[in-house]
Design a protein around this ligand. Structure first.
Ligand code: UD1
Length: 350
């Protein structure tokens, strides 16, 4: 018992902003499995209280500077993983202020709070969207960054800010540029739960399950084998593992760095739709639609850098496994959260 108490006392505290969200909650589970104590800071606007299961929750908004300073001083984390932010490309075009305010101004408050507590290292969730439209087959970290929407611009801005804070305040950091996060926890304890949902896989599942009308295929005239966009789908559990590795790398004294996180394999929208039909056991009704503004034709990661430096390799990101875990969570969520049905948490698929 004494040794349990000692273990508890010696656990590394990690502050996880946005830890009640999709990738954040999977990362908290991975941190806990790795023997660390995740402490979530989340305003619960996009995140869910039920997804905080592996450590404490501090409800707060990064725009409330005093609150994040208080939490940082109280928790005194040894490391920080920063997920909190908005990530819908379309919304960022119609409401850029929301993105600059939450993603950039909120991050300034966070980084200032961390400077007050001697700059613990930070892992930051960025996105492949910073690359904009590129003709490169496999995108490495050296490809030029040229975002084509405000969401991507805010991610780029924070990447730059982190470099400046490092010069001024020794804030070491790792930037992780995710490709398309997908799938759910193998135990179906947590999973993807956006409201409204905009992502391909959960929408295709809802369609196949008869909970939604035909899935719109945004663009069938792209210069790809079947005319639909190609993306690199990376299992959220593999992403979570990469965060733990990135954090440990920094905690071991590693220098700031930047990594693309994808499976390194591209699938077209039609290939994903076929996989969903196969796994759910009923075809996805689809309807060709116009291109969605801002969608690049193809985005697939060169994952060599993360493999070499973090010794990370995706092991759950086979497309069928991604869809199978997403489907399992979809069914579980329906039971656990009474969806579709009453409640604020219902999926908006209209
Ligand atoms: C986007 C961002 C990514 C960000 C993610 C978070 C880009 C290039 N990518 O991913 O950086 O982290 O959002 O939200 O900005 N599709 C349909 N019908 C649908 C929904 C999607 O055909 O109803 C297609 C899209 O056109 C796209 C693919 O499916 O080609 C994947 O779309 P989605 O799941 O929304 O992710 P991205 O837009 O690729």
């Amino acid at each position: 018992m004494l040794s349990n108490l000692f273990d508890g006392l010696s656990m590394k505290k990690i502050l996880v902003t946005g830890g009640a969200g999709y990738i954040g909650s999977h990362t908290c589970k991975a941190l806990s499995k790795a023997g660390m104590e995740p402490i979530v800071f989340d305003n619960l606007v996009l995140g869910h209280q039920w997804a905080v299961k592996w450590g404490g929750l501090e409800v707060g908004d990064l725009l409330d500077r005093d609150r994040i300073v208080d939490v940082a001083k109280k928790v005194r984390p040894e490391g920080v993983i920063h997920f909190a932010g908005h990530s819908c490309v379309g919304e960022s075009v119609s409401d850029p202020a929301k993105y600059w305010r939450n993603n950039v101004a909120g991050t300034i408050n966070l980084l200032d709070a961390l400077v007050y507590i001697n700059s613990p290292p930070v892992v930051f969730s960025s996105s492949c969207t910073v690359y904009g439209i590129t003709n490169v087959d496999l995108i490495s970290e050296n490809v030029a960054v040229e975002p084509i929407n405000p969401y991507g611009e805010t991610k780029r801005a924070v990447e730059i800010m982190l470099k400046d804070y490092e010069v001024a305040a020794d804030l070491r950091h790792i930037v992780l540029r995710y490709f398309n996060a997908a799938g759910s926890d193998a135990d179906a304890e947590i999973g993807e739960s956006h409201n409204p949902e905009t992502h391909l896989i959960p929408l295709a599942i809802a369609s196949a399950a008869g909970d939604m009308k035909a899935l719109k295929i945004f663009g069938t005239d792209y210069s790809t084998a079947d005319g639909t966009c190609v993306r690199d789908y990376i299992h959220v559990t593999d992403l979570a593992d990469a965060h733990v590795r990135a954090l440990n790398y920094l905690l071991d004294g590693g220098d700031s760095n930047l990594f693309n996180l994808g499976a390194g394999v591209g699938y077209s929208v039609r290939e994903v739709v076929d996989a969903v039909g196969r796994i759910v056991g009923s075809p996805v009704p689809t309807e060709p639609s116009v291109r969605r503004p801002g969608d690049p034709t193809r985005l697939v990661a060169d994952t060599g850098h993360a493999r070499e430096i973090l010794h990370w390799k995706p092991v759950n990101s086979d497309l069928d496994n991604i869809v199978a875990t997403a489907w399992r969570w979809y069914q579980m969520r329906k039971q656990v959260l009474s969806w579709p049905g009453l409640g604020a948490d219902k999926l908006d698929v209209s």
